[in-house]
Design a protein around this ligand. Structure first.
Ligand SMILES: *[C@@H]1O[C@H](CO)[C@@H](O)[C@H](O)[C@H]1NC(C)=O
Ligand SMILES: *[C@@H]1O[C@H](CO)[C@@H](O)[C@H](O)[C@H]1NC(C)=O
Ligand SMILES: *[C@@H]1O[C@H](CO)[C@@H](O)[C@H](O)[C@H]1NC(C)=O
Ligand SMILES: *[C@@H]1O[C@H](CO)[C@@H](O)[C@H](O)[C@H]1NC(C)=O
Ligand SMILES: *[C@@H]1O[C@H](CO)[C@@H](O)[C@H](O)[C@H]1NC(C)=O
Ligand SMILES: *[C@@H]1O[C@H](CO)[C@@H](O)[C@H](O)[C@H]1NC(C)=O
Ligand SMILES: *[C@@H]1O[C@H](CO)[C@@H](O)[C@H](O)[C@H]1NC(C)=O
Ligand SMILES: [Cu+2]
Length: 593
């Protein structure tokens, strides 16, 4: 998106004493029209006529003005994922919490400061509109005072210089999944049938892809022993989708014949579109910033024959780690520094379901500039999401130490206890253990403007914290009675400032406090170099699993914590953190409602 830049001398509030910040204005016209990203025509969302939505490229400390014009036939909002919205909670984009939905024909202006550098993205936060294509990348160039970890990748000064250059001009790569049904149709089918659906038609890279139909036999040849046990030795469909059984749906009433047969099987291949990312060997290194905008799927990312130094995660530099593949969960960002030292030709970029809840993959091409050799490249991962050799190195996501290291206190002031599972039906999910969060509540009466409106939500799905305090959030799965142990991973996303992952373990968290747990089982905790993220993946494959995240309340306002799987979010899987409720800011006049 071409920013309308007007240089305005502004004194940034508390971030830096004296900074000249740019005011950067973006205009986003939202339309609902026919499109065919994977070769199949359907209704979908475009921003300024584009899909994916245009990328926002910013410099740290820029003041952003993002003007939405909703030309769609239904309401919408935009959330800037990972942006902390320091002192601007009214721009966080959550209907019912931080704003009223933007009605058809209305405009709304989001204003926020890019207080942090790194890779982020923006997407719809009303209904399940993200699944209809409203998502785009955000890249915020770091201010010079941020130390960069490139010397930990190579000690050759010319390499370091090339990496710095690559970081200033990165390739933004959005991975996503795509259904031939609109989000509304998909939701209606779940409500009608009671079935938890998680089958898609294609995987897109930068909005391009096609429907692959390699055949049910080929697809089923990738079933691992784990998958076979998980689905009772039943076959996957020709779209790679799961059978509907107790282990995958739980014991709730449902009528499977209300799911249209074409949703999960009857694969029809398309020609589609194909993304080509050109790189220049003269640059020596390229920075590939992967963003998962998938609404349902986890995806393994890899570039054939090119090891990746993962050096920035969820918008924060880390001590770089060498990997051939990494699993990306919904909303996560991983930046890879890639050395361009191979024979100049085409290499396949793969985004593959990790043999988890569907067998499906999408592909793009990394093309060396000026190369005329097309040819096949050697994959690290096959169509079924499995390593092609025993030498393939997967990113170890349990160690992503921030660079530079950040200190945190050894104790918190409050423990918020969240337990996940199905509730009331197969497709409804609770984050809190007992109650569902009604995302449609308070559309005209957001809590930021009217704290009393919290009464319209269950009393357990809002939690109060005090400004300045440290808060632990216990995230636990697999402990609710009468639920199958197999359930999809839940990717918890916290709005506003990031949190540290300070501990995780298998089994039931049977301590009364984090301090007690950490003194009894110190090996399950990390206080020295904890991961700093805005997404927290909790997966209990073989039984209960827990994770503890810790954050400081620094930004008074109501902020959602929720599962980032779109169907889980829409069907109840959120809690509102009423952060620093004692210090909520006065609403600027412009936003007064
Ligand atoms: C805003 O939307 C309206 C329709 O709702 C349209 O007529 C108008 O051209 C749009 N304005 C911009 C700047 O895109
Ligand atoms: C299930 O749905 C089908 C198709 O709509 C319908 O004919 C059938 O009666 C339903 N079965 C039950 C038990 O409700
Ligand atoms: C692929 O190899 C990595 C080790 O690098 C391992 O952690 C991972 O489980 C393997 N994946 C599969 C599906 O075997
Ligand atoms: C605030 O919310 C409460 C509860 O829904 C409602 O009764 C009241 O009218 C609202 N106040 C305003 C000023 O909108
Ligand atoms: C909230 O707490 C943070 C951290 O202590 C502090 O920097 C900030 O000024 C506080 N905000 C208000 C409005 O008091
Ligand atoms: C707590 O849970 C762990 C792991 O699930 C188990 O080994 C241990 O015996 C439990 N302790 C108590 C006191 O129940
Ligand atoms: C958290 O909640 C679960 C479910 O209600 C309960 O079993 C567990 O004891 C609680 N844990 C803590 C540390 O409060
Ligand atoms: Cu979930």
């Amino acid at each position: 998106m071409a920013p309308l830049k007007s240089l305005v001398a502004l004194l940034s509030t508390s971030v830096l004493p004296w900074v000249l910040a740019d005011l950067v204005t973006f205009k986003a016209d939202l339309t609902w029209a026919k499109g065919a990203p994977d070769g199949n025509l359907r209704d979908m969302i475009f921003v300024n006529g584009q899909f994916p939505s245009p990328a926002l490229t910013l410099n740290q400390y820029d003041n952003v003005e993002f003007i939405v014009n909703n030309s769609m036939p239904f309401e919408a909002t935009i959330h800037f994922h990972g942006i902390e919205q320091r002192n601007t909670p009214w721009s966080d984009g959550v209907p019912g919490l931080t704003q009223k939905s933007i009605l058809p024909g209305e405009t709304f202006t989001y204003r926020w400061t890019a207080t942090q550098y790194g890779t982020y993205w923006y997407h719809a936060h009303a209904r399940s509109l993200m699944a209809d294509g409203l998502y785009g990348a955000i890249w915020i160039n770091p201010a010079p005072e941020n130390p960069q970890p490139f010397h930990l990748i190579s000690d050759d000064p010319s390499d370091i210089e090339s990496m710095r250059k690559a970081e200033r001009d990165p390739k933004l790569i959005i991975l996503s999944d795509w259904s031939h049904y609109t989000s509304e149709e998909y939701q209606n089918i779940m409500e009608d049938s009671g079935v938890d659906l998680f089958c898609v038609d294609s995987i897109l890279i930068n909005g391009r892809g096609r429907v692959h139909c390699p055949g049910a036999d080929f697809i089923n040849s990738f079933q691992t022993d784990y998958l076979k046990a998980a689905i009772d030795n039943l076959p996957l469909t020709d779209k790679g989708c799961y059978p509907k059984i107790w282990k995958t749906q739980g014991s709730f009433p449902r009528n499977d014949s209300k799911v249209p047969p074409g949703l999960e099987s009857g694969c029809v291949p398309t020609t589609g579109t194909h993304e080509v990312i050109e790189v220049d060997q003269q640059d020596k290194w390229v920075s590939m910033k992967f963003i998962s905008a998938a609404w349902l799927k986890a995806l393994i990312a890899s570039i054939d024959e090119h090891p990746m130094w993962i050096y920035e995660v969820d918008g924060n530099y880390i001590e770089p780690q060498l990997a051939h593949t990494m699993i990306m969960f919904n909303g996560e960002r991983y930046s890879a520094m890639v050395k361009l030292d191979k024979q100049p030709k085409d290499y396949t970029i793969r985004a593959t379901d990790p043999n988890a809840d569907q067998i499906i993959a999408g592909f793009a091409t990394m093309r060396y500039k000026g190369s005329d050799q097309i040819g096949e490249s050697e994959p690290y991962v096959n169509y079924g999401g499995l390593n092609t050799t025993a030498d393939v190195i997967a990113l170890d996501e349990s160690i992503l130490a921030p660079y530079p290291n950040i200190q945190l206190p050894t104790a918190a002031d409050q423990l918020i206890n969240l337990t996940f599972g199905r509730r009331e039906s197969s497709y409804q999910w609770t984050l809190q253990g007992e109650q569902l969060y009604d995302v449609m509540a308070n559309h005209d009466n957001p809590i930021l403007y009217n704290l009393t409106a919290r009464e319209n939500l269950g009393n357990k799905v809002t939690v109060q914290t005090k400004n300045g305090t440290w808060v632990d959030v216990l995230l636990q799965v697999g402990i609710m009675p009468n639920t199958p142990t197999i359930q999809s991973p839940h990717i918890i996303h916290k709005h506003s400032n990031k949190a540290f992952i300070i501990g995780e373990g298998d089994g039931f968290f049977n301590w009364t406090s984090v301090a007690e747990a950490a003194s009894e089982r110190p090996e399950l905790f990390e206080f020295e170099r904890p991961r700093l993220r805005d997404t927290y993946m909790v997966l209990g494959l073989l039984g209960p699993k827990w994770m503890v995240i810790r954050y400081q309340v620094v930004n008074p306002g109501p902020f959602l914590i929720h599962c980032h799987i779109e169907t889980h979010l829409f069907n109840g899987m959120s809690v509102a953190l009423l952060d620093g409720v004692d210090k909520w800011p006065e609403i600027p006049r412009e936003y007064a409602i």
